[in-house]
Design a protein around this ligand. Structure first.
Ligand code: N01
Length: 535
């Protein structure tokens, strides 16, 4: 029987994933009159905010900017409780939106998509689900997120650990009881730095296994007062415009002044203000050359190191915590009591650079110079970012070429939305778009709106669309050139794919800013989708 005959259902669009991007995509597709279905592997909606429920998980973008901007009604009916919302509050917001827009009826939960294949004869996508059923769609839209493929390091002995083992990105729903336990946390990125202070309060002893010390500044989180909330709601149309035109998807007041235009004392005052401000990008906005020149960057790096030194009482521990890469070339991290945690009696810090992990033992972990008995081991070891979630989907395009084969030597996309050889496939906040360098929701809305406009055009012209290989090469070159103008490509980070063994080393996002990127996408559309071919 041919694949087409086996299909139980046909849709205009199939979306994979019911997080922020999949939900908004479904809403816009329905509004535009397309039949659509969302498949979600999890037990419920929420994507990143469904899975990342580790202790201390909260957003590092201010909550007043971390919501959908497309609906005044949604904005007015929702009120955030604090400056940086906790995971459970964001998940409640997502559920509120799904209910309000009646999205659930078109979402199929607990349904993993096992493959997606483009059929050149029908010009449709054949989608296979884990239960063996098959569906056909004209438009294939993976909305699988960018930090959703957990990186569990391949450490010798990991499968033989006999105690409790967790990854922050796949945290269980039942409360993990740390009380009195010997807990180990591997990893000190955003997830580790949020979880460590909270776990430390409960654990008998917490051992932090750190490979790379991090720059982090205090979030200064607090409850939101009614005046701030009202002002935000009243002025939201201006705020929204500022977000859309910004560098990172939040209203920004980046200065044009460079570090050498200020005296060391003036710089100190500027950095102190940024430290007190508690914004994710505060330091990057202080001087125009921080992201570009090592000397300028070192001034902010030194400031943060001096703060760590002031906070951590034990000089040896403080020394281990000193970051030594270019500030901002890994995502800046906000914390709540992170460095103070190392002053606790029940916390110790192990520097893996001087004594690497050699093995996970049945009862703990062994480094090159010690063995640690642990009741609970937490991996805060991050994700196979941006490309990882897409490459897990088993996507096959024209001529039987898989996405994994196409991107084996490096990622190739046009605008981070499409890739040649995969007609009518649209990525949301994919690699080579601003994505992880931005407030994700602003970037999600921009992509979804652009894609839905494109689908309306295709539908009107009865056409199938495919990115041109040439446009794609130029886009990849542009992404690379912009990153190379900055210090971003000089650090081994997950932005560079450097955290995953065998992954091509390349800067994986568009670093030219959310506002300029929007203009580029709009220009492409206004020129009749320049850089695309219609089949
Ligand atoms: O992951 P990470 P994350 N042995 O990759 C270490 C977003 N996010 O989940 O730096 C020992 O940043 C690794 O060490 P190194 C945000 O965009 C946002 O923390 O590779 N250690 C590093 O310390 C963020 O950037 C929020 O040397 C190993 C850590 O594990 C992104 O998600 C909250 C190791 C991984 O850090 C990822 O953050 C959470 C090994 N084999 C996440 N492998 C907020 O909104 C890895 N490590 C606040």
């Amino acid at each position: 029987m041919s694949f087409a005959k086996q299909h139980s259902k046909k849709y205009d669009a199939i979306v994979i994933g019911a997080g922020f991007s999949g939900l908004y995509m479904l809403h816009r597709l329905r509004e535009a009159g397309f039949s659509a279905r969302v498949y979600e592997a999890a037990w419920d909606i929420g994507g990143t905010w469904y899975f990342n429920r580790y202790p201390g998980a909260r957003c590092d973008i201010e909550s007043i900017y971390y919501n959908y901007t497309f609906s005044e009604e949604l904005l007015n009916e929702w009120t955030w409780s604090s400056k940086y919302a906790e995971q459970h509050e964001i998940l409640s917001y997502i559920n509120f939106v799904a209910d309000k827009l009646d999205l659930r009826k078109d979402i199929q939960l607990q349904t993993e998509v096992t493959s997606a294949k483009y059929n050149e004869k029908t010009q449709k996508w054949d989608i296979e689900l884990e239960n063996g059923s098959k569906v056909m769609t004209t438009y294939f839209i993976p909305a699988v997120g960018v930090l959703s493929a957990s990186n569990i390091p391949n450490i010798k002995g990991i499968d033989h650990f006999q105690r409790e083992l967790y990854h922050t990105g796949e945290w269980p729903h039942d409360k993990v009881d740390f009380k009195g336990k010997r807990v180990g946390v591997v990893g000190t990125g955003s997830s580790g730095i949020q979880a460590i202070p909270v776990i430390a309060q409960e654990a008998g002893h917490l051992t932090v296994f750190q490979r790379t010390p991090q720059y982090s500044s205090p979030a200064h989180n607090h409850s939101l007062d009614s005046e701030t909330i009202e002002k935000t709601k009243e002025n939201f149309s201006e705020i929204r415009q500022a977000m859309y035109a910004s560098m990172h998807g939040v209203p920004s007041s980046a200065r044009t002044r460079s570090t050498d235009q200020d005296s060391p004392e003036e710089r100190q005052r500027t950095y102190e203000k940024a430290w007190q401000d508690g914004g994710l990008f505060s330091f990057l906005y202080t001087y125009s050359d921080i992201a570009f020149t090592p000397e300028a960057n070192e001034t902010v790096a030194q400031f943060i190191r001096s703060k760590i030194n002031e906070t951590v009482h034990d000089p040896e521990t403080a020394k281990k915590l000193m970051p030594d890469f270019y500030y901002g070339t890994k995502r800046p991290i906000l914390n709540t009591g992170y460095f103070e945690t190392y002053n606790r009696e029940n916390v110790s810090l192990i520097d893996l650079r001087s004594a690497p992990i050699e093995e996970i033992t049945p009862n703990g972990l062994r480094t090159s110079n010690s063995e640690y008995d642990l009741d609970i081991l937490v991996f805060a070891t991050g994700f196979d970012a941006l490309t990882g979630p897409l490459l897990k989907l088993n996507i096959q395009g024209k001529d039987g070429v898989t996405l994994n084969e196409k991107w084996a030597e490096g990622t190739q996309t046009y605008l981070g939305i499409a890739t040649s050889g995969f007609p009518n496939m649209f990525m949301i906040t994919g690699p080579q778009s601003p994505s992880v360098l931005s407030n994700m929701i602003v970037s999600i809305e921009q992509h979804v709106d652009w894609i839905v406009d494109c689908l309306a055009y295709l539908s009107e012209h009865n056409a199938t669309i495919e990115a041109d290989a040439e446009a794609e090469q130029m886009w990849a070159q542009q992404c690379k050139s912009i990153a190379n103008m900055t210090l971003l490509s000089k650090t081994d980070s997950w932005y560079m794919g450097a955290n995953i063994e065998g992954k091509p080393r390349e800067f994986l996002a568009f670093a030219g800013g959310v506002g300029p990127y929007r203009q580029i996408c709009d220009r492409v559309a206004s020129k009749g989708y320049e850089g695309f071919t219609f089949l």
